[in-house]
Design a protein around this ligand. Structure first.
Ligand SMILES: Cc1cc2nc3c(=O)[nH]c(=O)nc-3n(C[C@H](O)[C@H](O)[C@H](O)COP(=O)(O)OP(=O)(O)OC[C@H]3O[C@@H](n4cnc5c(N)ncnc54)[C@H](O)[C@@H]3O)c2cc1C
Length: 716
């Protein structure tokens, strides 16, 4: 604890001790006040400023320390100074006292509390930022809640001192007036209990609730205003309960849920059912990775005792296999399947006409307009193409166009060091391309810890990728000698020749061409939604890549549940999208999988943590598979087995992660994982062993000493 903290604690302790030691409680009792009232009045008449000053100072101290004489002091204020002056003095003094207590709580306790409950307090902070003054006002008006508790609690939040001060002053005013008024008739008061009658208390509570009720009314008005420009055109009846735009992961799941709960739902897809994941993303990329991994294993067959295994790549066949796999998965997302599930699937381009009408333009040019109570926007994201001079002249591929390639690029440049760029760079290197990967930042996969980036770099370089981090692409050039990309690093330019350029620098939400602008739906890189995934119009929701903040198939599907349920049942009950446990993986070899915090994020957020690590080089199954590389790293709060986050680097890391995702989701700690039987010999045992490492580091040493003595005694 810092010196200032000790000073505050010591000062509070001395003052409280002095109060009880000097029996000030007795001196400031109602009876004493009544008996001394005449004397005080004389003193006040002689030197009013001095009396007011001394009284205010004492009041500030009493209020700040929450000494049990506040009520009597307030009555005294009324008795001595009358209603107006008394109210003024007490109102300012009590607010100042409250502010002092609030600041003391912030200074002494907030850091410790935040260190322990930082993540949970983040939610409270958001609420305080939004509704804090309303809550504080309400609490201040409810006499049953001791002001000291409020001061202490709000000191732990991120509310600004000034806001706390003025809201407190306003909130306490009604109670203050009631007490001061009672004080003006001190002679009639026999006890403190009767000052606030049930009627007065009820009125105060109502007054407290007023701002919240007012807020709800304002929200209602705002909502009406959003729809005001569409006055008179809202359909009287709706043909659909829900129209979903886009049949990727988010759209498919939204439509499926709507059909499952018997809503009338139409799913509109402009291109291919299954969206990016099936056609251009997860499925083809993982199919390609499989072939690349096999090619690598064959090249390293001697590691497995196979003297020679030739990997002759027929790239056209490799890509045909990829296309075949996409076709094999297609039925899962097909029109037939969703129709059988009860979804009305329409193939065409959807456009919002107004908040309740969607116009669909089909391939043959015909249009259909549907009226609907709610809409889910699930239009996904598209590869971002950087505005590089000369890019169009040299030509480029993206994840959308890559899959039609049938000739292996001899020299491939991959622009971008994120997960997609890394997966594809390694794949093509393993298949035989000379790959140069360019990343502007100092390292690849920057969301992960530095050691992960470094390990991934090693892995990619081991497969022959030339990795240029800290290199910024400036322009592309086409000359007689071929195609080049010009990059800059540390002030120096260099040219890299290539046959094929793959842009993998990120993906941007599809926001244009379907009516968002016309309706005035707020966007900022993604469609802006609230926690319920509602857009500017509460009956229009968004899910998946178009809504962000994540760009994964599983998060798109996760959001889809909330979007569909809130769209269909939001007027009865709404659910906030829960992002508390989000896993993801990058499918390079070795895989990198993560859930929750890594060290980098824990440091940024100021969350104290302990690291427990288990190296896969120790794991029997990994050794048997010649895959003994990587690690499992778990972050826990110091001394506790609660899991804050896990990063796994190794073969099948993404599969191994599932146990930790489950544990985090359901609040199971490392002790529970340790107490679970894991099949031998499996890679999953790594999860149990990392829990074992944690346990070993947290042995009850004292207890074990006693146990050792017990055994010694038994031997004797
Ligand atoms: C190479 C690559 C690899 C990836 N690997 C993984 C991975 O391993 N794991 C993972 O979780 N994620 C991965 N992703 C990301 C994943 O593909 C996306 O997060 C996921 O597809 C998002 O789903 P979505 O439903 O939001 O959007 P999408 O899948 O993009 O679907 C949106 C659909 O909306 C349609 N559409 C758009 N506008 C309209 C309109 N006006 N009318 C009608 N239809 C419209 C589009 O045609 C599209 O089909 C990968 C992505 C890529 C590119």
């Amino acid at each position: 604890m810092s010196k200032t903290k000790w000073l505050i604690v010591a000062l509070v302790a001395v003052l409280v001790f002095a109060f009880f030691a000097l029996d000030l409680g007795h001196l400031l009792s109602l009876a004493q006040l009544k008996s001394q009232q005449a004397g005080f009045a004389v003193l006040y008449a002689e030197s009013p400023a001095l009396v007011i000053g001394a009284y205010a100072l004492l009041y500030v101290v009493v209020f700040a320390l929450a000494l049990p004489v506040g009520a009597v002091m307030t009555l005294a204020g009324g008795a001595l100074f009358g209603l107006v002056t008394g109210t003024l003095v007490v109102s300012f003094a009590s607010s100042l006292g409250a502010l002092l207590a609030f600041l003391a709580s912030r200074h002494v306790l907030a850091d410790t509390v935040r260190a322990r409950f930082g993540q949970r307090l983040a939610e409270v902070d958001k609420g305080i930022e939004r509704d804090g003054p309303f809550y504080l006002f309400t609490l201040r008006l409810i006499p049953a809640i001791p002001p000291a508790v409020i001061n202490l609690l709000f000191g732990l939040t991120r509310m600004r001192g000034w806001t706390f001060y003025w809201v407190s002053q306003l909130g306490m005013l009604a109670g203050t007036v009631a007490y001061i008024n009672a004080g003006t008739q001190l002679a009639k008061i026999d006890s403190l209990m009767g000052i606030l009658s049930p009627g007065v208390i009820g009125s105060l509570v109502l007054l407290g609730l007023f701002p919240l009720i007012a807020r709800m009314a304002v929200d209602g008005v705002k909502r009406r205003r959003v729809y005001a420009r569409w006055a008179g055109i809202k359909p009287r009846h709706f043909e659909r309960n829900l129209v979903v735009i886009g049949a990727g992961a988010a759209g498919l799941v939204s439509a499926y849920i709507a059909a499952a709960v018997k809503a009338k739902v139409t799913l509109v897809e402009a291109h291919k059912m299954g969206g990016d994941c099936l056609n251009y993303g997860c499925v083809p990329s993982k199919a390609l990775i499989k072939t690349a991994t096999l090619a690598r294993q064959m090249r390293h067959s001697h590691d497995y005792g196979i003297a020679r295994a030739e990997a002759t790549i027929n790239f056209a066949q490799v890509m045909e296999r990829v296309a075949g796999i996409v076709r094999a998965v297609e039925p899962h997302d097909s029109v037939e399947r969703y129709t059988a599930l009860g979804v009305d699937v329409v193939q065409g381009h959807a456009r919002l006409i107004d908040p309740w009408r969607v116009e669909i333009t089909k391939a043959d040019g015909t249009t259909q307009t549907l009226t609907t109570r709610s809409i889910v926007i699930a239009t996904g994201a598209a590869p971002f193409v950087p505005p590089l001079p000369g890019l169009d002249e040299v030509g480029y591929l993206t994840s959308d166009t890559l899959w039609s390639l049938r000739e292996l690029p001899q020299r491939l440049v991959v622009l971008g060091g994120g997960p997609i760029g890394c997966e594809l760079a390694q794949c093509f290197a393993r298949l035989g391309s000379a790959v140069t990967q360019i990343e502007m930042l100092p390292r690849i996969m920057t969301r992960e810890d530095e050691e992960v980036s470094a390990y991934a770099r090693q892995a990619l370089e081991a497969d022959g990728v030339t990795l240029l981090t800290g290199h910024r692409a400036l322009r592309c050039e086409r000359t007689a000698a071929g195609r080049f990309i010009v990059v800059e690093s540390a002030g120096a330019e260099s040219r890299i020749g290539f046959d094929t350029l793959l842009c993998a620098v990120g993906r941007s939400a599809r926001l244009q061409g379907f009516g968002l602008e016309e309706l005035g739906i707020a966007v900022n890189r993604t469609v802006q939604t609230d926690e319920y995934l509602q857009t500017t119009y509460p009956n229009i929701l968004a899910a998946g890549d178009v809504a962000g903040p994540f760009q994964f198939t599983h998060t798109a599907a996760h959001q889809a549940w909330y979007a569909a349920v809130n769209a269909l049942f939001g007027s009865l009950k709404k659910f906030k999208a829960d992002y508390s446990v989000i896993p993801w993986a990058t499918f390079i070899d070795p895989e990198v999988a993560r859930v929750g915090l890594n060290e980098q994020e824990a440091r940024e957020k100021g969350i104290p943590y302990e690291v427990t690590r288990y190296g896969l080089d120790d794991l029997d199954r990994a050794i048997a598979d010649s895959a003994a590389r990587g690690w499992v790293k778990v972050l826990t709060p110091p001394g506790k087995d609660r899991i804050l986050g896990v990063t796994i680097v190794g073969v099948h890391a993404a599969d191994l992660l599932a146990e930790f995702v489950l544990a985090m989701k359901h609040g199971l700690g490392l002790n529970k994982i340790l107490g679970t039987i894991h099949t031998y010999p499996t890679l999953a045992e790594a999860n149990k062993y990392v829990a074992g490492e944690w346990k070993r580091a947290h042995q009850p040493t004292r207890l074990l000493e006693w146990v050792s003595r017990y055994h010694a005694w038994r031997r004797a």
